[in-house]
Design a protein around this ligand. Structure first.
Ligand code: C2E
Ligand code: MG
Ligand code: MG
Length: 640
């Protein structure tokens, strides 16, 4: 074989199986040239044509080999491409975002698994379709607009999309979508790709949290936090224009009783109904909030710039609310539901949101005090009282240690006008306010439980006073009555405290009279009886103060170990003109007589009262007619 052919042959050996054909052609040619058997008889082939055929064969073989090579390379490239595509598709199908590709005429050419799942259709059904065939008209219009924006401007966009399917059974989805153009090698926009994350659940969680943070779980109304935000906003707004707004605090009267008498479910139902009823009366610009168990607030924004008109409007709204509340029916028959409303007007000048709320609160308190089922407006006087109360509370904490308390004494006389004893009445000498009356600070002391140490102090003072008087022949027979608050009376070691004070002062216990009001008797009758019996066991006397103002039943009274009844001064004041007061005073006197109790009338200011009482068997008198409460050294004890 000539060298060139051999070299060509070798060069194309790699083109198996085609190279096998080459030696076959070469051998046939060679045989013909050298006259080997099989070649005999053939006409001699000229050498040039021999070489020509060899060359043709070689060229053809080479061309064939190149074609085969290219095909194989193409096949390998396609395999690789398919593998890559497969891998990419596996990756895209395994992510939780929806991925799609659309043609410029907005038909889907690719969607991943998540996208098909979200649409509730097989991939094959989605490919080639447009959004109009998959979503409702509004959704499709929005999606088309977003797609066109990408295709026309060649820019990436990030948008929120709500997808509502044409198929009513497929739930709607909220997506956060990124869309971007896909370019051809020449730079033209060939298609667009979208990657959308389903944020439906995430939004739901956010919304749920938002609802929890800003709305009442029972009624779904704005809670205190949201109300305060809206109130602040209303105050800011109103500052820029003349006018008024109103804040109305609405509270169901004795709601606890409804809960106790019916059930908590019934209580909840009442609140839900109230929320509904109130909701129907509220304008769009107003805010109705549910801020506590049975506390609702109506924030009314645009009221008249004239304060009288604004107040009249607010009052009309409040009155309508009050009228509507009793229409809520409850299971328990015969129980009418009523409400109380506290209203304050605001104009954006002065009071902050917190202060405005406080004002409505104070007004509500007044409405409650007036017996409920009514409304009250906040006024400056209320504000003064509230501020005083805050100051009293703060200063009261330190009054004991600063020795600002004094015990005053008011004499008590018998039917002959002879002094039999005194009532100890607490006074607070405030460094700035001067003499603070007990009705101003005792309720605060009770609320803060400061009445316990204060009450103990009064008891110690009076017993010391009795101890001192015991040494004076002119005074040793005098008793002292001490007022004991319900909180103090029920404190666990009250009787022990009294026992200990009696022991240390070594006084005659029968000269100490413990005065309790009817409110003490209300709760837990058995406990009250035990304590009263223990006190009497110590030798002290017990008087029932302000008798006739409470509701203690006569039957109950009969069983209590009492020594004395005090006719409240409100009845004494009406003697002898007011028929009702006269009747009550007479009843108390005869009752005391029947029960074997002594009676003392408080607040006796006139001779007429004194005479009338004496004529009906009253044996004890206390009041300005005989003497005002005074410090001990101003007591005028003239006769024995
Ligand atoms: P109370 O125990 O019924 O005391 C009688 C009140 O009537 C006293 O008022 C007394 O000053 C007043 N008063 C007496 N005579 C007359 C009168 O002729 N006309 C009028 N208008 N008033 C008269 P005060 O001292 O302001 O005490 C008010 C209430 O404060 C007492 O009513 C008592 O409930 C309570 N209180 C006073 N001291 C203490 C105390 O040490 N502890 C407790 N827990 N409460 C006390
Ligand atoms: Mg008293
Ligand atoms: Mg009294």
């Amino acid at each position: 074989m000539p060298k060139a052919v051999t070299r060509s042959f070798l060069r194309f050996r790699c083109l198996r199986p085609w190279y096998l054909l080459v030696p076959l052609f070469a051998e046939t040619a060679q045989a013909a040239a050298v006259g080997i058997p099989g070649a005999e008889g053939s006409p001699p082939v000229p050498e040039a044509s021999h070489w020509l055929s060899v060359t043709v064969i070689v060229v053809l073989s080479a061309a064939l080999a190149v074609t085969v090579l290219l095909r194989r390379r193409e096949a390998r490239r396609l395999t690789l491409l398919r593998e890559k595509e497969q891998r990419l598709s596996t990756v895209l199908d395994s992510i939780e975002a929806c991925v799609f590709i659309k043609t410029p005429d907005l038909r889907y050419t690719y969607v991943n698994r998540r996208m098909a799942e979200m649409l509730g259709r097989p991939v094959g059904e989605i490919l080639g379709s447009r959004d109009e065939e998959l979503f409702d008209a509004t959704t499709a219009a929005h999606l088309n607009a977003h797609d066109r924006q990408v295709l026309e401007h060649g820019e990436k966009i990030v948008v929120d999309e709500t997808l509502i399917s044409r198929d009513a059974d497929t739930p709607s989805h909220l997506l956060l979508s990124v869309r971007l153009p896909l370019h051809s090698p020449t730079g033209d926009i060939e298609s667009l790709c979208g990657i959308s994350t389903d944020v439906t659940e995430h939004r739901e969680v956010l919304e749920h949290n938002h609802r929890l943070a800003f709305y009442h779980p029972l009624t779904g109304l704005p809670n205190r936090g949201l109300l305060m935000e809206r109130l602040e906003q209303a105050l800011r707004e109103i500052r820029h224009r003349r006018g008024f707004g109103a804040l109305m605090l609405i509270d169901i009267d004795k709601f606890k009783r409804i809960n106790d008498m019916s059930s908590h479910e019934e209580g909840d139902r009442v609140l839900q109904r109230l929320a509904e009823y109130l909701g129907e009366m509220v304008r769009d610009t107003d805010t109705l909030a549910h801020i506590g168990a049975d506390e609702f607030v109506l924030l009314v924004r645009h009221l008249d710039p004239k304060v009288e008109m604004a107040a009249r409007h607010a009052e009309r709204v409040g009155a309508r609310l009050l009228e509507m509340i009793p229409s809520i029916q409850i299971e328990e028959e015969g129980v009418a539901i009523t409400g109380s409303i506290g209203i304050t007007l605001f104009s954006g000048r002065g009071a902050s949101a917190g202060e405005t709320m406080q004002q409505a609160d104070l007004a509500l308190e007044q409405a409650k005090r007036a017996g409920g089922n009514t409304l009250r407006f906040f006024n400056e006087e209320m504000q003064q009282m509230a501020m005083e109360r805050v100051r009293v509370e703060r200063d009261l904490q330190r009054a004991l240690e600063r020795e600002e308390f004094r015990v005053f004494y008011q004499i008590q006389v018998d039917e002959k006008g002879q002094i039999r004893g005194c009532e100890a009445l607490l006074r607070w000498i405030h460094p700035k306010l001067g003499l603070v009356p007990p009705n101003l600070f005792i309720p605060v002391a009770e609320q803060t439980r400061l009445i316990q140490p204060i009450g103990r102090w009064v008891l110690e003072q009076t017993c010391r006073q009795l101890a001192e008087w015991s040494k004076l022949p002119t005074r040793s027979h005098l008793s002292i009555a001490v007022n004991v608050s319900a909180i103090q009376f029920r404190q666990e070691n009250f009787v022990d405290e009294v026992r200990q004070i009696l022991r240390t002062t070594a006084i005659d216990p029968s000269l100490l009279i413990v005065e309790v009001t009817e409110s003490v008797l209300m709760d837990n009758p058995e406990q009250v009886r035990t304590i009263l019996s223990e006190l009497r066991g110590l030798g002290t006397k017990v008087a029932l103060d302000d008798f006739g103002t409470g509701y203690s039943s006569l039957n109950y009274l009969k069983k209590l170990p009492l020594d004395r009844l005090k006719i409240d001064r409100s009845f004494v004041a009406g003697i002898p003109e007011e028929a009702a007061d006269v009747a009550i005073a007479e009843t108390i006197l005869s009752l005391a007589n029947n029960l074997g109790l002594s009676v003392i009338a408080e607040g006796v200011e006139t001779e007429a009262q004194s005479t009338w009482l004496r004529a009906r068997g009253c044996t004890g008198f206390q009041g300005f007619l005989f003497g005002h409460p005074v410090p001990v050294d101003e007591l005028l004890i003239t006769s024995q």
